[in-house]
Design a protein around this ligand. Structure first.
Ligand SMILES: Cc1ncc(COP(=O)(O)O)c(C=O)c1O
Length: 347
């Protein structure tokens, strides 16, 4: 996290029902709208990114609703699981890990699921380091009259999202990734069709009720006690993003993604993601033949203090991931690649 974000969390508490808080909160919500390029409603909850799946399921879906889920990895799988847990009739489009869901594939799935109420998409599949083509997929879903519900946990704030121009209906993220904050705030954006849908669904909901949250947000309040220190962090981080400029932030992520992929290629390492859809916030690669992913991850940590992640699900022990989202610059990637080179020379 940037020092400014750490510092912001030291600010004294204020009463969350006082004028100082509501003024602060309204300004934060307005900034988050600008950063999502939207005039739609932005809502915050105390919670991790996973809250976004459940908020979608309890507000926008009803048991029995036909839903098409693009499953491009572990997080797409969980989105589908949450929807089916709440009773939706989920039709999964399963992609081999490393591949994106392309518009033709979604179109075929929607043709096979007439009357589908929603499409579940993972913008950036963190488990495979793939970015799905959200603008094109949204257009396909809209043609079929299905709501577009998007997990943007590892894309928002790092990879372009045009909520209004692309006509997305619902999109969520968590504070801890490209937003450069500690975990703990779930960020939801909901457009007109999503609000219409909340008024049709008769599901039970309270803590995650979008309408209750909106009613309070409009007054500068939160429905429950907010995580004030984390909101201060989010305020400082998003101010930094605006200061750098959203386009500049996206360009930096593009550059870091290119640098990481090129560097790993030079080290002779094989990447998981289809190059055409490679993510600019995370890169996944396989260790050289005969070398355990865990050995590399452990040595990077113990010898260089660099934390890499392993894979997930069936690739848990065979994949390595480098996160390059948020407060990361060229030097971080260069030192990571240099350290990796050293480790590879002696494994
Ligand atoms: C794409 C994606 N979706 C959802 C989640 C779940 O978010 P959280 O762990 O904050 O609940 C993650 C977490 O890494 C993620 O990367």
């Amino acid at each position: 996290m940037p020092p400014q974000v750490v510092e912001a969390m030291q600010r004294p508490m204020v009463p969350h029902r006082g004028p100082e808080f509501s003024e602060f909160y309204i300004a934060l919500i307005e900034r988050l709208k600008r950063l999502h390029r939207t005039e739609a409603e932005v809502l915050l909850w105390p919670g991790s990114g996973s809250a976004g799946w459940e908020i979608a399921a309890v507000n926008l879906l009803e048991p029995g609703d036909v839903v098409v889920a693009g499953v491009t990895g572990d997080f797409g799988d969980r989105f589908a699981l949450v929807a089916s847990t709440f009773g939706a009739d989920v039709r999964r489009v399963e992609l081999e890990w490393g591949n994106a869901i392309v518009p033709e594939r979604l179109d075929a799935a929607l043709r096979a699921a007439p009357g589908a109420k929603a499409v579940l998409l993972t913008h950036n599949e963190t488990s495979t380091a793939v970015t799905n083509p959200l603008a094109e997929l949204t257009a396909v879903a809209q043609e079929h009259g299905a709501l577009v519900l998007v997990d943007a946990v590892s894309s928002a704030g790092g990879i372009p999202i045009e909520f209004d121009a692309w006509d997305v209906d619902y999109l969520f993220s968590g504070s801890q990734k490209a937003w450069m904050c500690p975990p703990g705030v779930a960020i939801v954006v909901a457009g007109r069709r999503a609000w219409e849908r909340t008024r049709e669904t008769g599901t039970h909901r309270f803590f995650w009720d979008m309408d209750r949250n909106l009613e309070m947000t409009k007054k500068g309040w939160t429905p429950t006690t907010p995580p004030i220190s984390l909101l201060y962090a989010l305020d400082a981080a998003t101010a930094m993003i605006e200061e750098e400029g959203l386009e500049a932030v996206f360009d930096r992520h593009r550059r870091l993604g290119d640098m990481t992929r090129a560097g790993l290629g030079q080290l002779g390492l094989r990447l998981l993601a289809d190059d055409a859809y490679a993510s600019n916030t995370v890169t996944a690669f396989f260790p050289p033949d005969g070398v355990e992913a865990r050995t590399i991850i452990d040595r990077m940590a113990s010898e260089f203090g660099i934390t890499l992640a392993g894979g997930q699900a069936h690739l848990a022990s065979s994949l390595i991931r480098i996160g390059h989202m948020g407060w990361v610059d060229d030097e971080d990637i260069e030192s990571c690649l240099t350290a990796l080179n050293d480790v590879l020379e002696s494994v």
